[in-house]
Design a protein around this ligand. Structure first.
Ligand SMILES: C[S@@+](CC[C@H](N)C(=O)[O-])C[C@H]1O[C@@H](n2cnc3c(N)ncnc32)[C@H](O)[C@@H]1O
Length: 222
């Protein structure tokens, strides 16, 4: 991408990477991504009539897995800023009226005019400066129903200095600099400040990746 909003971001993808994103993830994980993402989406415990929002939805790979848990009354809205992702997403769901796409930045205030049961943000939020992540959280709070669930699927919390040298080398080589402070922050504490509670976490990929579930409590309603 030539004109990045956040110059050091690794989640604003070049058109080439965006077009080949799913294959890149499969190859970079030596084929492990497929099984991992299936498990992570299963762990969201999606109910048949859930209305789901996927922020930074990419190609629609996660939405396709989520759709498998929905009845005809369930619904998914994918949001992404990328035109290349929009095309892939819309192609995937052209015959599924339950799934729709909105081209929108997740890091500035927006209003989709409805509230959701569950919101997922998968491998997006680590790629923003911290103050921008907080703007995304404001959008999440305003789009969740009372008692709704927010899922961050992303890098887990860890101390980079304590990583085995090879893991640290790989992480520092492939990840953008924003990810380095993301992993060292206390996300449960940050989310508590936005009225979230009842946290549940599931770890994957040698505990470097986490699905963090946070429930919107009454405090988040105010
Ligand atoms: C690393 S990919 C992850 C895609 C998808 N969530 C997944 O897990 O397969 C990051 C995605 O975030 C999108 N993105 C980056 N910055 C964004 C922003 N400010 N608002 C909305 N989407 C954004 C990119 O276009 C890309 O599709």
């Amino acid at each position: 991408m030539t004109n990045k909003i956040y110059p050091d971001s690794g989640v604003e993808l070049t058109p080439f990477i965006a077009k080949n994103y799913d294959s890149v993830m499969n190859a970079a994980s030596f084929g492990l991504y497929k099984g991992f993402i299936k498990k992570a989406i299963k762990n969201m415990a999606i109910r048949p009539e859930d209305h789901l929002l996927d922020l930074g939805c990419g190609t629609g790979r996660n939405a396709a897995l989520m759709a498998g848990y929905l009845s005809e009354k369930g619904k998914i809205t994918g949001v992404d800023l990328s035109e290349v992702m929009e095309k892939q997403f819309n192609r995937k769901f052209k015959n599924d009226p339950r799934v729709s796409f909105v081209r929108q930045r997740a890091d500035i205030p927006f209003n989709l005019g409805e509230k959701f049961d569950k919101i997922l943000i998968s491998f997006v939020i680590h790629g923003f400066p911290h103050e921008v992540r907080l703007k995304v959280l404001e959008n999440v709070v305003s789009h969740l129903k009372p008692g709704g669930e927010f899922f961050i699927l992303d890098f887990a919390e860890f101390n980079m200095a304590e990583m085995p040298a090879f893991h640290r080398f790989v992480f520092k080589t492939i990840e953008c600099k924003y990810a380095f402070d993301f992993v060292e922050r206390d996300w449960k504490q940050i989310l508590s400040g936005y009225g979230f509670g009842n946290f549940k976490e599931t770890l994957y990929m040698k505990k470097y990746v986490r699905l963090l579930k946070a429930v919107k409590t009454e405090a988040g309603e105010k």
